[in-house]
Design a protein around this ligand. Structure first.
Ligand code: HEC
Length: 150
């Protein structure tokens, strides 16, 4: 080689760069794990009702029309904050009844509005669904969704 980079300098840059970025990768991975543990999932709040509600949500594929925390289909409203939208943080009983009534009374058959099908969901499962929605609305999501309309 004439001038500039020697073989050993190139090798040093290669190994040095590799090690440098590997260290950054490991540090960021460790940081992410710690951050997720501390800041997001409210594990203590996962009651049997929340678990069952999630199972009901999955069994009926509500996600085929709805999003939850932005994941899912964009046909129907975001449900990650449906608890807040129904005023759950101010009046929990009214919100619970409101959400259950909504699900029970579908379809609305209001012309020009998108329709939600009727689902055969019993009382106890409806309560579990609401427990699930409430739980989702209380975990830390870095303020997603950004507004109450979802
Ligand atoms: C075929 C599509 C579809 C499926 C599947 C569906 N929904 Fe809906 N859902 C809708 C539509 C459309 C609306 C909004 C209708 C309107 O505003 O008139 C809605 C609205 C709602 C609302 C009220 C949201 C609000 O902000 O007022 C709730 C709660 C809800 N759905 C729960 C569920 C649950 C629980 C399931 C599963 C058991 C489900 N949906 C499955 C279409 C669907």
């Amino acid at each position: 080689m004439s001038e500039g980079l020697t073989k050993s300098a190139a090798r040093n840059i290669f190994f040095g760069g590799t090690i440098f970025f590997l260290v950054i990768l490991v540090a960021l991975t460790v940081h992410s794990y710690g951050y997720i543990e501390k800041n997001s999932t409210d594990v203590a709040g996962i009651t049997p009702g929340v678990e069952q509600g999630k199972a009901v949500w999955e069994r009926h594929s509500c996600i085929n029309c709805h999003t939850i925390l932005g994941e899912g289909a964009y046909y129907a409203p975001e449900l990650g904050n449906v608890w807040a939208r129904y005023g759950g943080f101010e009046d929990a009983d009214t919100a619970r009844d409101g959400i259950k009534d909504w699900i029970r009374s579908q379809p609305t058959e209001v012309e020009g509005r998108r329709q939600m099908p009727h689902f055969e969901i019993n009382e106890q499962e409806l309560d579990a669904l609401v427990d699930f929605f409430k739980w989702v609305n209380t975990i830390k999501t870095q303020n997603w969704p950004p507004n109450v309309a979802g």
